[in-house]
Design a protein around this ligand. Structure first.
Ligand SMILES: [Zn+2]
Length: 233
């Protein structure tokens, strides 16, 4: 391979690296968007859980309130009965019954108080998380706007580079180009050509046999690394 052709492949390789880097940047922007959305999702899930807990608390509260109401009704009825009792014994018995209901009422009122405190606590927590979420959303929105703009720019640059590449490959002998592409597509790093440095292939870091190094130096034909098959120069 003559020097000029190798130069062309090096230039092509540089174009491909640029395209790849920009595409990776675009991907990382999408990745960021996913992470942002995940953040929001977590906060929203927390709020949903609190709302469910609140709902349960409020139902419990309502139940207790109804219970108190029904006991109060009982007390009221018993008090009315007091006016009509004839014996002391009956009177005493009614008083005990009334006292029992009142005791139950005060017990439930205590439970109710605990529920109300828990409710207040939950409401505060909900408000706090909602404010957090609002901040996160504003922050994400702002960042996403910037990222989207950046991604758009990068996409434009990529398509420009790709056009440039299309034009450029016409200058490269097609057999060289096909070989280059064949190797490039098998490489994770997209690198199809490698420099020989101190007898080592810079693509795979393997020592090259002397005859290979000599052939590369002669620049008469395409020489590939026997280990990674990259085109050597
Ligand atoms: Zn190699």
């Amino acid at each position: 391979m003559i020097t000029e052709n190798i130069e062309k492949l090096i230039k092509l390789q540089n174009i491909d690296i640029e395209i790849l880097e920009k595409e990776e940047e675009i991907n990382s922007l999408f990745q960021k968007e996913k992470e942002f959305n995940k953040k929001i999702e977590i906060e929203e899930k927390k709020i949903k859980e609190i709302k469910e807990e609140l709902k349960k608390l409020q139902l419990d509260k309502k139940e207790k309130e109804l219970e108190i109401k029904s006991y109060e009704e009982e007390v009221k009825n018993l008090n009315q009965k007091l006016d009509n009792v004839k014996t002391n014994k009956e009177y005493e018995a009614l008083l005990i019954e009334i006292a029992n209901f009142k005791k139950k009422i005060s017990e439930i009122e205590e439970q109710l108080l605990i529920l109300m405190e828990a409710e207040d606590e939950k409401i505060k927590k909900e408000k706090f998380i909602e404010e957090e979420l609002k901040k996160v959303k504003e922050d994400v929105f702002k960042k996403m706007e910037e990222e989207k703009k950046k991604a758009e720019e990068l996409k434009k640059e990529v398509s420009k580079k790709k056009q440039e590449r299309e034009i450029y490959i016409k200058e490269i002998p097609s057999s060289d180009y096909l070989l280059y592409e064949k190797i490039r597509k098998t490489k994770k790093d997209n690198i199809a050509i490698a420099k020989v440095e101190d007898g080592v292939c810079s693509g795979c870091n393997m020592s090259l046999p002397t005859y290979i190094v000599e052939m590369v130096k002669k620049k008469e034909k395409v020489v590939q690394c026997e280990n990674c098959s990259r085109i050597l120069y």
